[in-house]
Design a binder for this molecule. Structure first.
Ligand code: SF4
Length: 906
């Protein structure tokens, strides 16, 4: 047995993890008690990381290749696959120029991987066509920092949470997306009851529910709100005019602009009370130290840069920056989005926070790399890149560690681009992603916990990522694949000598040292860092120049900013409308966000059944009044349509939404739901500066669907393998969704619906795929008149498979019983009776709220009804006593059930 220190591979919080392994398998994970970010804690995603580490068919284990588009991919050796890729890339570059190729990489890559890809694109291939999926989550934060503070550098740190007098969370839901930071916020609030927590979010999320003030603004009205808060700060003498005079510029213009933003005027635009805007500004301005945390709600907007800039204006006006407890702190959605920003692996950035549009910066980096020059022509950003592929301008695209056929907006166009490309190379750890289906060359990549290198979290903290296992099969580290390809490409471009020199890396440590050298003298200087030092002293914040003993917890404490004048710049932001407002044809505003236990496109979290129990299937949430207007009821099926595409889903009423709004989690792609996934609907309009697309809202309409024939199929065993078998069937039902469930025992669950019973051959195929066709061990009930059929498979005295068709009311009860090996006698009596509903008094447990201790919604509700509060629930059911990710939800359940009880008594 061995233990390896590393970092969680999900969100940008950057928690330290200790991986326990026996050399071949990961046997467990726990939080690193010595890590300054999480001090031993992990959230529900992090605590289940070990369940996602597999060496089975869920992984890409060897290179695969097809030389013709119409052919099937077949296994290939590394030499054959990389030579074929190099031939194709070199041919495109020779015939159509370097901008006919592109690299689309990921915020999940390690800094060393990113570095090599960037050098490959710019230093060897000669194109700025390298962008990252970080474009989709934080490029507006980058643009906002650069526009105001002069550099892409978050000035605050996590320790400011404990020192703030006011925490202002705008467009973020850390209770779900950055749970360990939210644990720190909860603890800070418990320790300091005067700490004010303000949350700006159109939805009443778990984060908002725990706030002292929730500003449920209309989508896209963030700038109006921030301007109104600035108006109040200035009117009430809460601005720090000394700081403004000494350390900023551009104040007069924004001062004049916000005169028109009296709270009453902004209230009408934002849809919140003027008094609440006043209150927020007073709490912010009088707090002594205000810390702003913000994420996709500000960034994923066609005016995301403006949103960021208007928020930073509040900090500059109050001087709340560069001091303990104060400052703007953007939260990164991905574990190493910051690392990608540092190495400049995005079209609009260059290594060491340099600018590709600046000839001097290009010359500096070219000299450091030892190449004659870097390309001048601007590169394509994510949405533009796939548009150029669709138009045939980019011929060959290399996609590493990301799944654009799930994650980019306007999926119809993305799929057309991938169809149209002459060559698609996908470098990926997980088999079966939506994008892998389009790969001409599929390359097996190592993933967590097989990788060795560094990542940087949201507070500029660089940490070591350790490898606990060797990569399975033929998989290799991402940097190694990129370097190998680069040498082969160089040979074909008559640059063999240069390529050999540029990519002669013995290991990631050498790459990191080169990256550190590229940052020397820049605002993020990490010239003083090394692997040895990170291992000895633990993760460090930048800047960390040569000779430094520690990194900088906060930036700009001296009021000096990395701008030409040394002053920070207020942004004079004008209001702009949302890119796609609701209208008569599409009257609802669709909001997107996250689930607590899933992450991004579910390539990893989707492998662990335990992580499905909190939200087992895709579900559209709508306000009760909008549902009533459309004659919809909970669990009913609807068609949701935008100008770009449509989906069929179940619907659920949510009082967390205002009328006119609908909500869908961003995770669901075409692997789990019929169609092209959530991003079939979303909008590809981009912010003009950051080029970040507007994922957060678009206009939709929802209509009721009448699909009375229902099917639920359940199967225990190798649930992941069954899931992969079922995925191709999704397209053959009018509605279908597939997923996992269970804790100790894993199940695959297929839910489908149609207007009438489908072709019996389809059902027979389904039985065969799930191996339910063993008549000798089946219990079968058939009522042709009522159109009800039940088929249960029994093995070793337990139900291990089920197919319910026509009527499926007992499915949830049956699923829970199968997951915990319910006594066969009880199930047998039901199976052979003319009953579609569960036996008397029986029902499913409902969602599992506490994943660690396996406590379900109905158990918690029953205990609350018996008078239990949070402490009693923790005492009695133990829910919320381990990782704590469910505590905000349990607290809400106590409050809302208590209110309902009080209303009942009233
Ligand atoms: Fe991982 Fe959770 Fe920590 Fe994020 S908060 S880094 S998902 S353990």
């Amino acid at each position: 047995m061995s233990e390896t220190k590393t970092i969680c591979c999900y969100c940008g919080t950057g928690c330290g993890v200790i991986v326990e392994s026996d050399g071949a398998r990961v046997t467990g994970v726990r939080g690193d008690p010595d890590h300054p970010v999480n001090a031993g804690r992990l959230c529900s995603k992090g605590a289940n990381l070990h369940l996602t580490v597999r060496a089975d068919a869920s992984r890409v284990l060897r290179p695969e290749l097809r030389r013709e588009r119409q052919a099937e991919r077949r296994p290939a050796g590394w030499d054959e696959a990389l030579d074929f890729a190099a031939d194709k890339f070199a041919a495109a570059i020779r015939e159509h120029g370097p901008d006919s190729v592109a690299f689309y990489v990921s915020g999940q890559l390690l800094t060393e991987d990113y570095y090599v890809f960037n050098k490959l694109a710019r230093g060897l291939a000669g194109t700025n066509n390298i962008d990252s999926n970080s474009r989709l989550c934080m490029s507006s934060a980058v643009a906002g920092y650069k526009a105001t503070l002069g550099a892409d550098a978050p000035p605050a740190c996590y320790d400011d949470i404990e020192q703030a007098g006011c925490i202002f969370i705008a467009g973020a839901n850390p209770a779900f997306a950055h749970p360990i930071l939210f644990r720190r916020i909860e603890a800070a609030k418990a320790a300091n009851p005067t700490l004010k927590l303000i949350v700006v979010d159109p939805r009443r999320t778990d984060t908002a529910a725990g706030a002292d003030l929730h500003l449920a603004i209309r989508p896209g009205t963030d700038v109006a709100l921030f301007h109104a808060m600035l108006h109040v700060l200035l009117r009430n003498g809460l601005a720090d005019r000394t700081f403004i005079r000494a350390h900023t510029e551009g104040f007069a213009a924004i001062e004049a602009t916000v005169r028109a933003f009296a709270p009453e005027a902004a209230a009408a635009l934002c849809g919140v009370a003027a008094e609440d805007i006043e209150r927020a500004a007073h709490w912010f301005g009088r707090s002594g130290a205000a810390l702003s945390l913000y994420c996709q709600g500000l960034n994923q907007s066609s005016h995301g840069t403006d949103n960021n800039t208007a928020l930073i204006n509040l900090h500059l006006a109050t001087g709340m920056i560069g001091k303990p407890g104060a400052g703007p702190l953007s939260l990164t959605g991905q574990p190493n989005a910051m690392g990608g920003r540092e190495v400049g692996a995005m079209a609009t950035l260059l290594g060491g926070h340099r600018d590709p549009a600046d000839p001097a910066h290009r010359a500096e980096l070219a000299e450091l790399w030892g190449v004659p020059a870097l390309p001048e022509k601007p590169g394509r950003t994510a949405v533009e890149m796939f548009e150029a592929v669709r138009r045939g301008e980019i011929k060959a695209i290399w996609i590493a560690c990301t799944n654009p056929a799930q994650s980019l907006p306007h999926q119809q166009q993305v799929r057309e681009a991938l169809e149209q490309a002459e060559l698609v190379v996908v470098q990926e750890a997980f088999a079966g992603t939506e994008t892998a289906a389009y790969a001409d060359i599929l390359l097996p990549a190592a993933t967590w916990p097989e990788k060795d290198g560094t990542m940087t979290n949201s507070e500029r903290r660089v940490g070591r990522v350790g490898a606990a296992l060797p990569p399975p099969g033929a998989a290799r580290a991402d940097w190694d694949i990129a370097a190998d390809f680069a040498r082969r490409l160089g040979a074909r471009l008559d640059k063999a000598e240069i390529a050999e020199r540029l990519f002669a890396y013995a290991g990631p440590e050498q790459i990191f040292a080169e990256h550190c050298a590229v940052t020397r003298g820049r605002d993020l200087d990490i010239g003083g860092l090394s692997y040895a030092q990170l291992e000895e002293k633990g993760p460090q914040q930048w800047p960390f120049p040569p000779g430094a003993e520690t990194g900088a917890a906060r930036l700009y404490a001296d009021g000096e900013f990395p701008t030409a004048s040394g002053r920070a710049a207020f942004g004079d932001i004008a209001l702009r409308p949302v890119a796609e407002a609701a209208d008569a044809r599409y009257p609802l505003s669709l909001l997107t966000g996250r689930l607590r236990d899933q992450w991004h496109g579910m390539s990893r979290t989707g492998l662990a059944a335990r992580l499905w129990n909190h939200a087992e299937a895709p579900r559209l949430e709508m306000s009760p009044s909008d549902m009533q207007q459309r004659g919809l009821s909970d669990g009913g099926l609807v068609r949701i349509e935008s100008r770009r595409g449509a989906l069929t889903l179940t619907v659920q009423a949510s009082s967390d939404l205002l009328p006119g709004q609908a909500f869908l989690p961003m995770h669901w792609g075409g692997r789990f739901l019929k169609g092209l996934g959530v991003n079939a609907l979303t909008l590809d309009a981009c912010d003009p500066q950051s080029r970040q697309p507007e994922f957060k809202h678009c206009a939709v309409e929802v209509e009721k669907l009448d699909l009375p024939w229902r099917l639920v199929a359940l199967r225990r065993g190798d649930a992941g393998a069954y899931l992969r078998r079922l995925q191709p069937l999704l397209a053959r039902f009018p509605f279908a969704a597939v997923g996992l469930a269970g804790v100790e025992t894993e199940l695959v669950v297929l839910r489908a619906a149609a207007a009438e019973a489908p072709d019996p051959a389809l059902l027979a195929e389904l039985e065969e795929l799930l191996e339910l066709d063993d008549d000798a061990n089946a219990m079968v009930y058939l009522d042709s008149r009522r159109g009800i059929a039940k088929r249960l498979l029994v093995e070793d005295g337990a139900v291990v498979g089920a197919l319910l068709t026509g009527e499926t009311a007992a499915a949830e009860w049956l699923k829970d019983g199968m997951a915990r090996s319910q006594p066969l006698a009880e199930t047998r009596a039901w199976a052979l009776a003319p009953l579609a509903a569960p036996p008397d008094g029986k029902s499913g447990r409902g969602r599992v709220v506490c994943n660690c201790l396996n406590v379900a919604e109905k158990e918690i509700v029953a205990a609350i009804a018996a008078g239990a509060g949070l402490a009693a629930l923790q005492e009695k059911l133990k829910c919320g006593t381990q990782c704590g990710s469910c505590v905000p939800e349990i607290r809400r359940m106590v409050t809302s059930n208590g209110q309902q009880a009080a209303m009942g008594r009233g």
